[in-house]
Write a protein that binds this ligand. Structure first.
Ligand SMILES: CC(C)(COP(=O)(O)OP(=O)(O)OC[C@H]1O[C@@H](n2cnc3c(N)ncnc32)[C@H](O)[C@@H]1OP(=O)(O)O)[C@@H](O)C(=O)NCCC(=O)NCCS
Length: 493
């Protein structure tokens, strides 16, 4: 049993833990309302008779937290979320103020370097990012090697990883493992150059992933456009002279990019840090983050909202759908959040942006269904009592759809702006006090105890569940003729 008390003295707060197995009491310091998990390693007990040696009882108490529900893995100065109050701040500045007054690139600067830039600093940063948007000509072959129906996130993830292969001087495996952790002016210059390259080329690679599926030739990034203007140009330009994307759509995309730039330690950001903790190059770390974001529980929810709205159909079908949700037969995509227990503050801004886009593009019939769904869910006790409210994805998919993006491109529109957040956290970790420790979590081993090897002739089939043996699978693409053929080395299937 563990009993906890905290003293009122902020400078001397502690948790008193009594281990009922031994009767011993331990004092664990509380700093910034957190306790060091390693302090529990000192809590040891003699192994009981018959206890599994794998429990390692004599080597200290372990802390089990499947899915990081209450484990802080880093001290961070970047983003603050209060999920109960619906607060999101980048470096202390409320997201609502940034959405109205700032831009995506300015927020990227804020997230990465800690403060809003002065005009000269911003001009330098923007010029560097935009200058580094051009891809090496050879990389076109990589994009062209994908099949016409490849998911754009598969292309983008591969492209981030491949991009690192162009810069040997930026690879700690080749240039020395202290490349990014030294904090010297030379080290910071190498780090920032990779940041410019990753931010600059993220839109170019996303646009290339878009165009390859359309069978369109690639476009050189334009000069003189904004970050999102350049992105739209690279996707849509077909050779017309003086082509400029629509400013309302360019601005709307910039606001969406700003809102998606960071969200503290979500799955993809944690993946970037976990991968980066081995001191691998930032291209590989960002590729890993991109792969994590690809999953439907993370970057795919906005697409799920549209599929859900299409399946519901006209607004009159909403009550029936909500009854199915309440019976747990369906999920109301775009509602609920692990952190927010009230409306996601970004959802209000996205809703407003949606109106501006719809005024230009015309409304989508799905909007009526979405509005009815929103209004009915917000007053229904099932959702109210579970604190389920709209998240950012509830409305963003409708904007992307109105802007004419294919549904499987929605996660790309999330991943591209999130590069800023990933890099901000990666840079912070590389430069943190005390250096970087590789992220190596513990496990609770519950598998077989020590047993001896058995020769194959003497083995019994011990697997009781289907999952305990390999599944026999259907081999598509091989005909009956092939199976009836004889050849050397043919294995009996
Ligand atoms: C985001 C999400 C994964 C968070 O999950 P979580 O923090 O683990 O929350 P839980 O699964 O514990 O949900 C708590 C309760 O609310 C219900 N619930 C949560 N989200 C729900 C949703 N979108 N629709 C219907 N019921 C939902 C759960 O069934 C559970 O009900 P119960 O207490 O009767 O068992 C979840 O809300 C969800 O799947 N939402 C839809 C997908 C989505 O929009 N994701 C984007 C997030 S930005």
């Amino acid at each position: 049993m563990v009993q906890g008390t905290t003293s009122k003295e902020a400078h001397n707060e502690s948790l008193t833990v009594r281990d009922e197995r031994t009767g011993k009491t331990y004092t664990i310091p509380i700093v910034e309302n957190s306790i060091p998990a390693t302090a529990f390693k000192k809590i040891v007990a003699p192994s009981k008779k018959g206890e599994r040696e794998e429990n390692e009882t004599e080597r200290g108490l372990r802390v089990l937290d499947k899915g990081f529900l209450n484990t802080a893995v880093i001290r961070s100065q970047i983003t603050y979320i209060d999920g109960e109050a619906g607060i999101l701040r980048y470096r202390g500045i409320p997201i609502e103020q940034l959405a109205v007054n700032s831009s995506y690139l300015e927020c990227a600067y804020l997230l990465i370097y800690g403060n809003l830039p002065t005009r000269p600093h911003f001009n330098t940063f923007k010029a560097e990012v935009m200058h580094h948007s051009i891809m090496h000509h050879d990389s076109e072959e990589l994009f062209a090697s994908f099949r016409y129906d490849s998911h754009p996130m598969a292309i983008l993830t591969s492209a981030f990883a491949a991009l690192g292969s162009y810069y040997a001087e930026a690879n700690p495996s080749l240039a020395g493992q202290g490349l990014y952790t030294r904090g010297t002016p030379e080290s910071l210059a190498i780090m920032d150059k990779q940041i410019y390259r990753l931010l600059g080329k993220a839109t170019t690679m996303a646009a290339m992933a878009y165009r390859i599926r359309q069978g369109r030739a690639f476009v050189t990034p334009p000069v003189g456009l904004s970050y999102t203007g350049s992105f739209l140009y690279q996707m849509d330009h077909l050779g017309e002279e003086g082509y400029k994307p629509n400013p309302i759509l360019e601005k709307a995309l910039d606001v969406l990019f700003l809102l998606h730039a960071d969200h503290e330690l979500n799955a993809s950001c944690t993946t970037v840090l976990q991968t980066g903790s081995s001191l691998v190059d930032p291209y590989s770390a960002v590729a890993a983050g991109c792969a994590s974001l690809y999953g439907p529980l993370h970057g795919g929810a906005n697409e799920a909202v549209i599929r859900m709205l299409i399946s519901i159909g006209p607004p009159d079908n909403v009550p029936r759908f909500l009854e199915q949700v309440k019976k747990k037969e369906r999920v109301l995509s775009g509602f609920g959040h692990r952190v927010y227990k009230t409306s996601d503050p970004r959802s209000f801004i996205v809703r407003k942006t949606a109106d501006e886009v719809f005024a230009l593009t015309g409304t989508d019939p799905l909007l009526q269904t979405a509005m009815r769904l929103h209004d009915e869910a917000m007053k229904d006790d099932y959702f109210v009592s579970r604190k389920l409210a709209p998240n950012v994805d509830f409305w963003s998919g409708l904007i992307y759809r109105a802007m004419g993006f294919p549904m499987d491109f929605f996660p790309v529109l999330f991943a591209v702006p999130r590069v800023a957040g990933w890099l901000a956290h990666w840079r912070q970790m590389m430069l943190q006090e005390g250096g970087v420790k590789i992220w190596r979590p513990r496990q609770i081993y519950v598998g077989p105890e020590k047993r001896d090897f058995v020769p194959i002739e003497e083995r019994k089939d011990e697997g009781k569940q289907p999952r305990e043996r390999p599944t026999e699978v259907y081999h598509s693409g091989q005909s009956k003729r092939y199976y009836l053929a004889e050849y050397t080395g043919k294995a009996k299937l």
